[in-house]
Ligand binder design. Structure first.
Ligand code: ADP
Ligand code: ASP
Ligand code: MG
Length: 468
């Protein structure tokens, strides 16, 4: 079989875990042709985002301390994951060169005092640029023929939507086939950085947080592989985040559509758009536990599990969101008023994750990423409030969370919504907003973030999700 194996930050957190990753790749490469995709070491992307913000505030002193720490972390991983001194030296040289480039970029941001989405992508790309050579070195250590590539070098070309870029799939497919397929044919192992790519001008882009999953399916679709395996730190996609409900159960099989509903609603297990390329080419995706490779994990395919009878399959909490309310009597019976609101948000590159309105037409509530709230409110206020009273108020709440309840068999089953809302009411928790898509695969609602964990636990229990 031809397989893409993607390892998340949780699997390459330390030198020890990277060694385990190398073992897994080596075992599988005996039976299959393998392309490897790797994320940054655990927590590195977050720390790069933080240091870029510090640099913007001209905090030059922090830069040196940060890069020293980053070098130390990677040197430790190199010395544990790689035995051969010669290979170690080679990887250390790449690491030092890469970190010194990062230092220059951060210093530049510091002097200009400006961090654009473009320069931010450049900074965060360093996490994967540092991790991939370590995995490459760990494979080389065992005498395997292997080559490492950045996403750009592998041939992933995207649009210029920095921070959330999308691949230009035809061009990308052509380049990936040209660059990676010959290596696979002769049994060599390409190791590709996840998350990062480049636009048509060769400028570095990223495909969104958690984007290495997306890189894996983009490469998988381009090469027409048999399966994409996403290795992580849990057994597969579970009925909910096991960090919230420890008894959460692994779901052995899901359809692309079911899994997409979970991913779109931010259940961290996968990047929201990661299933699109796989779905288009009908390539099965497996989510597996890198610490328990004997388990087969969750298999995601076109059809839902024919055996699965449960109405509700999973419940997720999405933090890091905010609710924006736009209200005004001027919107009532005024054709095109909603379009104006969405047009303004779209032009400001603000994605709306969830919408709800009432038949009175006097109010729209929307959920967006919390980090975009300032931009959303100011652009709406500037554009709408002065326009002849169409909108009288733009307000926001930034301490909310979305709870999403999912399952293919919810379609056409009566009484699911009432059971969900009765469960929340019994807890004495107020619901701020509700939406159900016409697909009926998903009911989503908004509560205060502080109540989110209790709501997820109560729904998990009400629908007995920990039992078959
Ligand atoms: P990786 O570094 O492997 O990409 P992530 O942190 O992005 O890992 O995603 C894995 C984490 O997702 C798990 O540790 C788990 O806490 C969280 N998670 C949230 N919801 C779910 C779910 N429904 N099923 C499995 N994991 C989930
Ligand atoms: N390192 C990136 C992130 O943290 C991509 C990934 O982990 O998939 O978002
Ligand atoms: Mg992830």
């Amino acid at each position: 079989m031809k397989i893409v194996m993607k390892f998340g930050g949780t699997s390459v957190g330390t030198g020890e875990s990277t060694k385990r990753v190398a073992d897994l790749i080596i075992q599988n490469a005996k039976k299959h042709r393998v392309v490897v995709v790797v994320s940054a070491l655990a927590s590195v992307t977050n720390s790069l985002i933080e240091v870029a913000e510090l640099a913007k505030k001209s905090n030059e002193k922090q830069i040196q301390a940060f890069t020293d720490q980053l070098l130390k972390k990677h040197l430790e991983a190199i010395s544990t994951a790689i035995s051969s001194k010669e290979v170690q030296r080679e990887v250390i040289e790449i690491t030092k060169k890469t970190i010194s480039e990062l230092e220059k970029v951060l210093t530049g941001i510091c002097y200009v005092g400006e961090l654009t989405p473009k320069s931010n992508d450049y900074v965060v790309s360093f996490g994967e640029r540092l991790s991939a050579p370590i995995v490459w070195g760990a494979l080389k250590d065992h005498g395997l023929e292997t080559h490492w590539f950045t996403g750009k070098e592998a041939g992933i070309v995207t649009d210029s939507n920095f921070g959330e870029a999308d691949p230009l799939m035809n061009y990308t497919t052509h380049l990936i086939r040209e660059r990676l397929a010959p290596l696979l044919e002769k049994g060599a192992i390409p190791v590709v950085t996840g998350f990062i790519a480049a636009n048509q001008d060769g400028v570095v882009t990223t495909v969104g947080r958690g984007g290495s999953d997306y890189t894996a399916t983009i490469i998988g679709a381009a090469l027409g592989v048999d399966e994409v395996w996403i290795w992580t730190d849990v057994d597969g996609i579970m009925t909910t985040d096991p960090k919230i409900v420890p008894s959460a159960r692994m779901l052995p099989q899901l359809s692309y559509q079911e899994a997409s509903e979970m991913a779109i609603f931010g259940a961290k297990a996968m990047h929201p758009r990661a299933l699109e390329p796989a779905m288009k080419e009908n390539i099965p995706v497996r989510i597996r536990n890198a610490s328990q490779p004997e388990n087969s994990g969750t298999l995601i395919t076109r059809e839902p599990d024919p055996e699965a009878k449960e109405v509700v399959k999973a419940v997720a909490m999405i933090k890091d969101v905010a609710m924006v309310n736009v209200s005004g009597a001027g919107m009532v019976g005024a054709p095109g008023s909603y379009a104006k609101v969405f047009d303004i948000l779209g032009k400001n590159n603000i994605n709306v994750m969830m919408i709800s309105t009432a038949a009175s037409e006097a109010n729209i509530s929307m959920i967006i990423r919390r980090g975009l709230l300032g931009r959303a409110i100011s652009s709406l206020e500037i554009a709408l409030e002065n326009r002849g009273g169409l909108v009288s108020e733009v307000s926001a709440e930034d301490d909310v969370a979305v709870i999403a309840v999912m399952g293919a068999n919810m379609k056409g089953t009566l009484g699911v919504a009432s059971r969900i809302f009765a469960t929340v009411a019994k807890k004495g928790i107020n619901i701020r907003m509700i939406a159900q898509g016409s697909s009926e695969l998903n009911i989503s609602f908004v509560v205060k973030e502080k109540d989110g964990v209790a709501v997820v636990q109560a729904i998990h229990q009400e629908f007995n999700l920990d039992k078959l």
